[in-house]
Write a protein that binds this ligand. Structure first.
Ligand code: SF4
Ligand code: SF4
Length: 421
């Protein structure tokens, strides 16, 4: 994640093409340049000066979902995620003039004020009935603006960080100390999933710290090439989480946990933060990874409707976490578990991809919804806020009665049913 694209990483690609069949953007366009192999070639050419930093190069780096499905498929172990993020950082560094996207992202994710203001405005828009009125009024209209408006996720009533205490004691015999990230997007849209995460941990004997001065993990900034802001946010989180004295940092958003595990690489050559980042990242556990490794109480009640599992890209491809959440979902669904075709295929959310690439994201969502329909599931469990929002909005717009739940919510729901029984 430097402002150069590593020659060593680039030369690992042997151009075998085995990654092509798993690449969603290649599937959409059929163009070599929209494939992992094609993009690697574009990067090589740009680095050795064979082609300039052309619009095609910039377009393709941006068009890539950074889903990293190609990384999973690659027999040569090409670290594609690092390559595309370096390419984006390089493009961002070479930009001249006013970069509106960067300014907006900096405002929204650099601190809490603007993000909260934006969330409050959206909340008002939804609660006042204005959204419903405008959507009805524009229901027949086509275009990116209207498509974005229809995909707007439901916002939570409140941020969980505003009402969760900074320390919550474990139930029963204490097993140790954890700390959780409430996140920015996660908390704006799925504050209830944050509460469920805390409750699941507490019910399983973990003390939970919720540091109130935590900030965004930095992943949105890093994925859009703003490494400077990503590092600044990472430093703040490392300092804040260290003070909790927790043994584990349990992160319930796949995108955030993937990036927080990368702090160690982000600061590998930093004389002040390299050791701290190494320690920090070694404590980061994604929610399903954590409960699977440490063990959790299995509820005796099961879901009584068909349930399936959608694999978030940053969980299955970036962190190689697949068996753990699937096994938990199977536990919760019992005989009602249904396999999802193309479960590891991106749903089109991909950070802010569904905002920046409306048409491509809509095609991927349609494909995902088709597979869900084929599975017969009425509940889709997953582990990333973007995926929950994207699939839920798609199902809502299509009039499908499908509930999309975070894994922590699914588990806590059964714990509560067990108590009520
Ligand atoms: S990225 Fe990997 S799978 Fe794709 S062409 Fe290169 S070596 Fe082959
Ligand atoms: S990250 Fe995803 S979209 Fe990008 S090249 Fe790889 S498979 Fe294709």
């Amino acid at each position: 994640m430097t402002q150069e694209i590593s020659e060593e990483l680039l030369t690992q690609c042997m151009h075998c093409g085995l990654c092509l069949s798993v690449c969603p953007t290649y599937a959409l366009t059929g163009l070599e340049r929209s494939s992992p192999r094609g993009r690697i070639r574009l990067m090589k050419n740009a680095m050795d000066g064979t082609i300039p930093f052309s619009e095609t190069f910039k377009y393709e780096m941006d068009f890539c979902l950074d889903c990293q499905a190609c990384q999973t498929a690659c027999p040569a172990g090409v670290e594609y995620g690092k390559l595309v993020e370096s390419a984006r950082a390089l493009i961002a560094a070479r930009k001249t003039g006013i970069d509106i996207k960067r300014i907006i992202l900096r405002r929204l994710f650099g601190g809490r004020t603007w993000f909260r203001l934006a969330a409050s405005l959206l909340r008002f828009y939804q609660k006042s009935g204005l959204e419903k009125f405008l959507l009805n009024l524009t229901s027949g209209l086509k275009g990116d603006f209207f498509a974005r408006a229809r995909l707007l996720p439901r916002l939570s009533e409140r941020f969980s960080i505003d009402f969760l205490p900074e320390k919550i004691e474990a139930r029963g015999t204490p097993r140790g100390k954890t700390a959780v990230l409430t996140g920015c997007v996660m908390d704006a849209m799925f504050a209830d999933a944050n509460v469920d995460t805390v409750e699941v941990l507490v019910r399983n004997g973990w003390q939970v710290a919720v540091p109130h001065d935590q900030v965004c993990c930095g992943s949105v900034s890093a994925h859009s090439g703003d490494m400077e802001l990503a590092r600044k946010l990472a430093v703040r989180n490392m300092d804040v989480f260290e003070k909790t004295g927790a043994e584990y940092y349990v992160i319930n958003s796949a995108g955030c946990s993937a990036f927080m595990k990368e702090y160690r690489e982000l600061f590998a050559s930093d004389p002040v933060y390299s050791k701290k980042a190494e320690e920090f990242s070694s404590k980061v556990k994604e929610f399903s990874e954590f409960i699977s490794e440490t063990g959790y109480m299995k509820p005796s009640v099961k879901f009584d409707v068909p349930v399936t599992y959608h694999e978030p890209c940053h969980l299955v491809h970036t962190q190689k976490i697949s068996g753990q959440p699937r096994s938990v979902v199977k536990d919760l669904a019992g005989q009602n578990f249904r396999e999802l075709g193309e479960a590891t295929w991106c749903c089109g959310s991909a950070g802010i991809y569904n905002v920046t690439h409306v048409e491509a994201a809509a095609s991927l969502l349609e494909r995902k919804l088709g597979n869900i329909e084929k599975s017969g599931a009425k509940v889709v469990v997953t582990g990333n806020p973007g995926c929950i929002a994207q699939i839920a909005a798609g199902a809502r717009n299509d009039g499908k009665e499908i509930e999309v739940l975070h894994l922590a919510t699914a588990l806590n729901r059964l714990y509560k049913s067990e108590e009520d029984a």
